[in-house]
Design a protein around this ligand. Sequence first.
Ligand code: ZN
Length: 331
Amino acid sequence: MSFKQILGHKDTINILQNTLLKNRLAHAYLFQGPEGVGKLFSAINFAKAINCLNMGKDSVDCCDGCESCKKINSSSHIDINIIKPLKGKSGVSIEQIRQMQSQVSLRPYEARQKVFLIPDAELVNNQAQSALLKTLEEPAAGSIIILTTSSPESLLGTIISRCQVVKFYHLSPGVNSDILSRRFGIEADSARFLSHIASTGMVDISTHADIDVMNEKNRIIDAFMGFLDRPQKELFFLKSSSDEVLWCLSILLWWYRDMLILKETLSPDMIVNKDRLRDLELCASGYNSAHIGQIINSITGASQLIAETNVNIKLALTVMAADILREARYA
Ligand SMILES: [Zn+2]
């Protein structure tokens, strides 16, 4: 894999290639952006390009075929270190950071630059972050440290200010769909649906890529419609984990969004639930756009509360369900 095979992130990769081209490598980088968009993957390719024996011959990219590239591909390059929490631990420990510190100042064995890569740097515990700061304050020629994170607010501000920040953004549904098809080999309809779910940024879709996505989402939609018909029954995902709840809410969000698109544009081309066009038309005929808009607001509000705060999930869902039932009744 090389830069040219990374889907999306064109501007971000351009920045990295420019630093390589001008030979202006920083001693520390923070790859910052949403989860699951390819920060670690890009960091490994950056490490490969930095050390590729053929870098710059044809392009500002790694060749994927030289000794250095092959060793990094097989995780056997002695100068490329990935620092992750040890088995059974939730965070990178201060001992691991101290060990890294002792190696940073040593010259590379065979690489141009040693690379120390810390994925999900928010998992470095507080004490270890202070040790890491010390390492960043004493940069050593011949070593580059790359941190990745989706929650920079969990890092010491002084760590961030010592790093060159490289920003990654959400991928467009089209790019996501491509990645899902290639990486997980899932069929086009499912990939397309998942990519839209991913674009909300609230669900880690990689955990849903191995199930029968289309059946699963239809089961959730049908169960919710069943609940609207018989609201005296308990909402079926009331007791699920927050990840599962967000997954269900994302599916419902796209369902109502599709209804709104059908009402406003009459264009089935733009809808996500193409396999349920008849049902969507039927449901949409019972609502006006303002009601659907309110329902979308309720689902979005509940999703944000659950994703971003410690709200009582059951309470947030009960309020949301009451809002939706009210709109359904007035519709
Ligand atoms: Zn190479």
